[in-house]
Design a binder for this molecule. Structure first.
Ligand code: CTP
Ligand code: MG
Length: 386
């Protein structure tokens, strides 16, 4: 499925009133439009900017999937149309239309939109209206407007490409968003949850609110994991993703990598997302003899999905034999690779239990792990970490 995005940036930002169009202002160290582009780029293979080429190209240099900028039009609708026309040769299945003035695309928004397109030709994020609504004339309230069923329409808005192109070709004018063109044609537009963090930079105060959201320090979270597997003859011994020469391996449903299992549980624990058994039930035959590396890649993916990153992980293997220390550098390198982090964030060490207990008697290996992850607490955004 080919997904394209149109990033419209041809507006002049008259309400904001800066010396330049608001989408080129710096926010949390980057141009506003670049935040929007980076959030889209992780989900689409084609990114079509619309507006004045020179400032857009300067702001977006190096963003993945970037197509040559095309000029916009007098209205937002004209600008979207220019982007659609430029995408025709690529024949995308889905197109997302996004305002360059919206630097935050909350996490999960794009997945929800594309999922909704299976049922409907269009889908938009909508934030429910919390305040009581009034109509007023010359400073006097004339009416209270029932807010039930009212939503604030945000972007990105998602469409089946040919449907949106058809809607734009229908000759309707005056649309302030793209969904309204489908609505006018009697086509279904689904609503997925919008967010108050998805602010459209319009007035100077919005820049202050966005700066506050985007520079908020992440919250450190800690998780612990513990696991035990008993020795079994005739199986390979895999510890922290590394094959360790030994006269016996560990018994277990998967490859019984006790170190990775403890580490996964520590990560799921830090995220408060259950444990390894919840994500990979031992009752499922799929995980029999499975390489535990895939469990750890999944756990790392959960950190990423929450917009977070791993600060550090510390794994302790508990056994009398084999000797772990000679293999520790290889284990550290492998775990770092699977987690997609610097080796300096990972520690693997070992201890014996002075020949006491089941590990002391050589009946099996135990492992414990502690991790610290940094998760943006209030803003869960596609942008985080990029
Ligand atoms: N936009 C566009 N072409 C236009 C008008 C608007 O591409 N002719 C884009 C803007 O750049 C922005 C988005 O549409 O990313 C939403 O528009 P709006 O917030 O109204 O931005 P501006 O038109 O720039 O602001 P203002 O209305 O205050 O002038
Ligand atoms: Mg405008």
């Amino acid at each position: 499925m080919r997904i394209a995005a149109i990033l419209i940036a041809a507006g002049s930002g008259t309400r904001f009133g800066a010396g330049m169009p608001k989408q080129f202002l710096t926010l949390a160290g980057k141009p506003v439009i670049r935040h929007a582009a980076e959030a889209l780029a992780t989900h689409v293979s084609l990114l079509q900017p619309v507006g004045e080429a020179a400032p857009i190209d300067a702001a977006l240099a190096g963003v993945a999937g970037l197509l040559p900028t095309v000029a916009g039009g007098a209205t937002r609708q004209d600008s979207v149309r220019a982007g659609l026309d430029a995408l025709i040769p690529f024949a995308p299945d889905i197109v997302l239309v996004h305002d360059a003035a919206r630097p935050v695309i909350p996490a999960g928004t794009i997945q929800a939109l594309t999922a909704a397109l299976r049922e409907s030709p269009g889908a938009i994020p909508g934030a429910p209206v919390a305040d009581t609504l009034k109509r007023a004339e010359r400073g006097i309230v004339t009416e209270t407007v029932p807010r039930a069923g009212l939503f604030r329409a945000q972007t990105p808005q998602a469409f089946r490409f040919d449907v949106l192109l058809g809607a734009h070709r229908s000759g309707l004018t005056g649309a302030t968003d793209d969904a309204s063109l489908l609505e006018a044609a009697g086509l279904t537009v689904a609503i997925v949850p919008g967010s108050d963090d998805n602010i459209k930079l319009t007035y100077p105060d919005d820049l202050i609110r966005l700066e506050r959201i985007m520079t908020m320090p992440p919250t450190p979270r800690v998780g612990t994991g513990f696991d035990v597997h008993k020795f079994e003859a005739g199986r390979p011994l895999v510890l922290c993703g590394v094959r360790v020469p030994h006269d016996q391996g560990l018994a277990g449903h998967s490859d019984a990598d006790v170190g990775i299992h403890a580490l996964c549980d520590a990560i799921y624990g830090a995220l408060a997302e259950g444990d390894i058994g919840r994500h990979f039930p031992p009752s499922e035959a799929t995980w029999k003899d499975a390489d535990s590396a895939r469990f750890l890649v999944h756990a790392a993916g959960r950190i990423a999905a929450r917009g977070g990153r791993l600060a550090n992980a510390d794994v302790t293997l508990i056994c009398e034999r084999p000797k772990i220390t000679p293999h520790a550098p290889a284990m550290i390198a492998r775990l770092a690779e699977l987690l997609g982090v610097d080796a300096g964030r990972i520690s693997v060490k070992a201890t014996t239990t002075e020949r006491l207990g089941f590990t002391g008697r050589g009946e099996g290996i135990a492992a414990q792990a502690v991790v610290s992850v940094l998760i943006p607490e209030q803003l869960s955004s596609e942008n985080a970490g990029s």
